[in-house]
Design a protein around this ligand. Structure first.
Ligand code: DGI
Ligand code: FE
Ligand code: FE
Length: 192
């Protein structure tokens, strides 16, 4: 399947708002991949497909988690966390995607994961900084994404977790582990 075909599929799978978000995440991911000399084909594919399951009903997402080998503990957390793991499954089943780097980046794009690789971080950061996003302090993350991808990913994890704590919602363990591991990486690199 080439990227033009994927874009056509996305148009049928996603509502207009999500489709346009996806194209902006693709453009942003490509910029980051070029800037940091990361595999552009993988970054583009993962960005295009990162929200593949976002518009499925939550009952369907629930069913995939029950029926397939996906982490059952997701069900004890907000359903917003389900579309990444389920999307990573459905792109294999429905689109025949086999590229593991792409599959992983889709799976972990909402929470991150410890020891994220470059493709994971490109999607994690691009999803947060695409041009139509407007979070408090977002310009600082955009500036950092011009210089240091790990530090930018740390800022995304930090800001997302702070925002969620402010809302008094539970944090999925991967969200915490991602923050901890990136903090350790920056400390080891003497950034902090
Ligand atoms: O799918 P998008 O809207 O493009 O973005 P996303 O997949 O990064 O995030 C979806 C939402 O998930 C976002 O509002 C923040 C939320 N989220 C991320 N980590 C956690 C979380 N929500 C809860 N309850 N717990 C988490 O650990
Ligand atoms: Fe998402
Ligand atoms: Fe997204």
């Amino acid at each position: 399947m080439n990227n033009d075909e994927i874009v056509r599929v996305l148009h049928t799978q996603l509502d207009q708002k999500r489709y346009e978000h996806t194209l902006r995440v693709r453009d942003t991911a490509l910029e980051l991949a070029k800037r940091f000399d990361i595999n552009q084909a993988d970054a583009e594919r993962a960005a295009l497909l990162h929200d593949y399951a976002k518009c499925r009903p939550k009952e369907e997402l629930y069913r995939w988690i029950i029926e397939e080998r996906l982490p059952k503990d997701l069900l004890a957390y907000h359903h917003e966390l389900w579309h990444g793991p389920v999307g990573s499954l459905l792109v294999q089943k429905e689109l025949g995607i086999t590229n593991q780097a792409v599959i992983d980046a889709i799976c972990y794009h909402t929470t991150g994961r410890p020891y994220m690789n470059d493709i994971d971080m490109v999607v994690f950061v691009a999803d947060y900084i695409e041009p139509a996003r407007d979070f408090p302090g977002l310009e600082d993350v955009r500036d950092m994404a011009q210089k240091d991808l790990v530090h930018a990913a740390w800022m995304v994890a930090h800001k997302t977790n702070m925002y969620l704590l402010g809302k008094k919602v539970t944090l999925y363990p991967d969200s915490i582990h991602t923050y901890n591991e990136l903090t350790n990486r920056l400390k080891q690199g003497d950034v902090f």
